[in-house]
Structures are given as structure tokens and as C-alpha cells.
Write a protein that binds this ligand. Structure first.
Ligand SMILES: [Zn+2]
Length: 410
């Protein structure tokens, strides 16, 4: 890469150059395309010790991940992110090529600009400045947990990296996930938790027959209507102070019956529930099964099967001194009072939360996973300034009297 030598001679990194450099790798899950080799060189240049962690799982592609740590002591601040991106879709429908990193009228375009190569670049740029300010002496440790499997099945990335780190006897005290959390402008929103996600497949079974002789058949579509109506009738909860109400959505109902005169043999539906911390996957699955069973008894012809897959439990990090530190840094740079939220989809923070307090803050997410994904160049510099402020504040909290250390769960 032509920029490589130039950057290798610098002690501090520029966030826009770094973002463009990372966007140029076609690191669509599960392919790394050399992006982690490049990041590793940049980390090593700053004095980080790097580990490449390749993980496997039957039925999924092997994934290459990178864990880089500077320092051996605690407190240990970890930045977590993903280098993988979603496919660009039809590249010709992009205004600028998705893996070029074009800058136009104050915006940086490219797949991963916001989600989340720009976030990684901002943290790396902030860290390089912080190290330079400290003359290389960090009162603790800074690490980067960079997975290649966030947009994919997420089985061979953060979840296994965190297990590996714990197995080495290392403890992370606090973690910031650099996902694009802001709806519109830098400073809008910090995520302190996420809803859980539970997916279901419901199949109803009947007996195929002529539509003119329904007494000789059994209609699984009628059964499906009874069961899905009952599910839609459930009132799960009204939400909590920190969470929206839990919500059930059907994604498909399929019969695949092309004949107009045949009662089909079976019907299938899929639905997903995004749930708050009133529920766990277990209590929610029980609620669904009870509802279906009661409906079945009222309409005793229905035979059905329910498969359930838990994707994530709901969680939140109670606001504390660490959260306050992040809020203060965001306010200082952006002038905004960020909302504390648990909205949106799942993220790898769900894996981190069992190890240490975790919050998420990054770029704006309005164009992620879309054609013409982009981010304001000014936002990249603001985010870098916020991350730098976070590092400066965090490493003043260096003993047990600090709120950050005190917030560590037992
Ligand atoms: Zn992301």
C-alpha cells in the first residue's frame, strides 16, 4: 500500500487517512483481505503486543481476529470493534466505489465508513495521540479487540476472543464498543445495554385433501391462524425506564401451496421477539409455549411444533462513574447531552458484558448497511477527540477510590 511507508514513519495517526486505508480492504465477512495484517503493523508500530486468534466452529468459516494490548498492568481499558463489513450489494448503484474511500463535499464514502472502520480508525488515532502525550508511559493498559465476525454468525469472534483473554489470566476492567450509536449527530446517544433476541419457527401439521371435502382433511392453515392470532394477542410488557416494551414480529408465514382446490399438509411461520430485561430467553420461551398449548387445547385439532433459538439475552450496564466519564467526554467535545439508550439490534457488547462494564459509543448510523454508506469527515475528528478525552480521563482514575474501578462487578 502506497500510504504504508508514510504512516509507518509517523508517531500519531490521522483518522481520515486511517479510515480510508481500512475501507480499501474488501473485508466482507468472513474474508479479512489483509486488513488485520495492516492493523497489526500499525499497532506494533505504537508498541502494542499483538495476537492473531483464528477460531473455528463446525458449519461456519474460520475467522481471523486480532487482539492487541499495550501495557501489562491494570486498569485495563479495552476498545472493541469489528473489521468485517456487510456486502456492498450492487456496486454500480454506489455513487463512489464502496471500497475506495472517496471523500466528497465533507463526507467519507465507503462500506464500513460508519460501521465501523471509521470507529476503529478514531480509536487508533486517539490512542496514538494519547501515547505520544504520555511519552509511551500508560498508567495501565489499552487494548484493541478486533473481530472479523460481527456481521456474520458471531461464533468465531469476540465471544471466543474474550474466553481466550480470560484463559491467559488477563482481566479487562472497562470496555468501549465503537459501534455507530448516534442516530443523527455525534453526541446524540450512548448505548448502555441492548434488548435480547429470540427467534422461533412454528410449524402446523394437518392432513392434505380436497377442498370440497374438508371433513376428510385437516387444515394446517386454520391451525396456523389460531396460533398466530393468539401470539399477536399476547401483551408482553410496557417497557421499563431503560428499555422499550418487548415486541413480537412475524417475518414470514409460508404454505407454498400452488393449488386452489387442495387443503395443504402443513404451514410454517417464523417470528422474532426483541425483549427487555423483564424477561430471559427461558421465561419468554415458556410464555410462548404456554400460549400455544392453551390455544391448541381450545382448538384441539391443531398439531404443531415450535423450534426456538436464543440469539442474545437483554442486558444493561447500570450508569456509574464509568458511564459518567463517557458522558462528560461526549459533552465536552460535542456540546450535546447524550441520551442513554438500549435501543437497536444486538452487538458484540452482549459478549463483553459478562466480563466487565461495557458501553457503546461511535459514529452516526443513518447509512449503515446501505448503498452510499458515509460519515461526515468532521464527525471522524470529533469522535477522535472524544475518544482521546475518554483515555485522558480514564487513566486519571487509577486507584480503588475511583468510581470506574469501584464499578467493577463482583
Ligand atoms: Zn457494526
Amino acid at each position: 500500500m502506497s500510504q504504508a511507508d508514510a504512516i509507518q514513519n509517523q508517531k500519531t495517526y490521522d483518522v481520515l487517512s486511517l479510515s480510508r486505508r481500512l475501507i480499501r480492504f474488501r473485508s466482507v465477512t468472513p474474508h479479512g483481505d489483509g486488513a488485520l495484517d495492516d492493523l497489526q503493523a500499525l499497532f506494533s508500530h505504537l508498541g502494542f503486543t499483538c495476537h492473531r486468534l483464528v477460531f473455528s466452529e463446525p458449519g461456519t468459516p474460520d475467522i481471523d481476529n486480532l487482539y492487541a494490548r499495550l501495557g501489562t498492568k491494570n486498569p485495563h481499558f479495552c476498545f472493541a470493534g469489528h473489521i468485517d463489513v456487510t456486502p456492498p450489494g450492487d456496486e454500480l448503484s454506489w455513487t463512489f466505489p464502496p471500497f475506495e474511500g472517496a471523500v466528497h463535499e465533507g463526507y467519507l464514502y465507503g462500506r464500513g465508513a460508519a460501521d465501523m472502520k471509521g470507529g476503529i480508525a478514531a480509536f487508533l488515532a486517539a490512542t496514538s495521540t494519547f501515547i505520544s502525550q504520555q511519552y509511551g508511559n500508560i498508567p495501565g493498559s489499552i487494548s484493541f479487540l478486533i473481530t472479523g465476525d460481527e456481521e456474520g454468525p458471531a461464533l468465531n469472534g469476540s465471544v471466543k476472543m474474550l474466553q481466550w483473554i480470560a484463559h491467559q489470566g488477563e482481566t479487562i476492567d472497562h470496555c468501549l464498543v465503537g459501534e455507530p450509536t448516534n442516530p443523527c449527530a455525534i453526541g446524540d446517544m450512548i448505548k448502555i445495554g441492548r434488548r435480547g433476541s429470540l427467534s422461533f419457527t412454528l410449524t402446523t401439521y394437518g392432513k392434505q385433501g380436497h377442498i370440497a371435502h374438508p371433513h376428510l382433511a385437516e387444515n394446517p392453515v386454520s391451525g396456523m391462524i389460531h396460533l398466530t392470532s393468539a401470539l399477536l394477542g399476547i401483551s408482553l410488557d410496557n417497557g421499563t425506564d431503560l428499555f422499550e416494551p418487548s415486541n413480537l414480529e412475524f417475518t414470514t408465514i409460508d404454505v407454498n401451496n400452488p393449488a386452489k382446490n387442495v387443503i395443504p399438509a402443513q404451514a410454517m411461520a417464523q417470528f422474532n421477539i426483541r425483549f427487555n430485561d423483564i424477561w430471559t430467553s427461558q421465561t419468554l420461551e415458556k410464555k410462548i409455549r404456554t400460549t400455544l398449548e392453551e390455544t391448541k387445547q381450545k382448538n384441539h385439532l391443531i398439531n404443531y411444533k415450535l423450534d426456538c433459538q436464543s440469539n442474545a439475552e437483554a442486558f444493561f450496564t447500570p450508569p456509574d462513574a464509568f458511564t459518567k466519564l463517557i458522558i462528560n467526554a461526549v459533552q465536552h467535545v460535542s456540546g450535546q447531552q447524550p441520551e442513554l439508550s438500549t435501543s437497536g439490534g444486538t452487538s458484540d457488547a452482549r459478549f463483553v458484558r459478562t466480563y466487565c462494564p461495557v458501553v457503546e459509543f461511535g459514529l452516526t448510523g443513518g447509512t449503515i448497511h446501505q448503498v452510499d454508506e458515509c460519515v461526515r469527515v468532521a464527525d471522524l475528528y470529533d469522535l477522535t477527540a472524544i475518544y482521546l478525552r475518554i483515555l485522558e480521563s480514564y487513566f486519571k482514575l487509577d486507584d480503588a477510590s475511583s468510581g470506574a474501578s469501584g464499578s467493577k462487578p463482583g
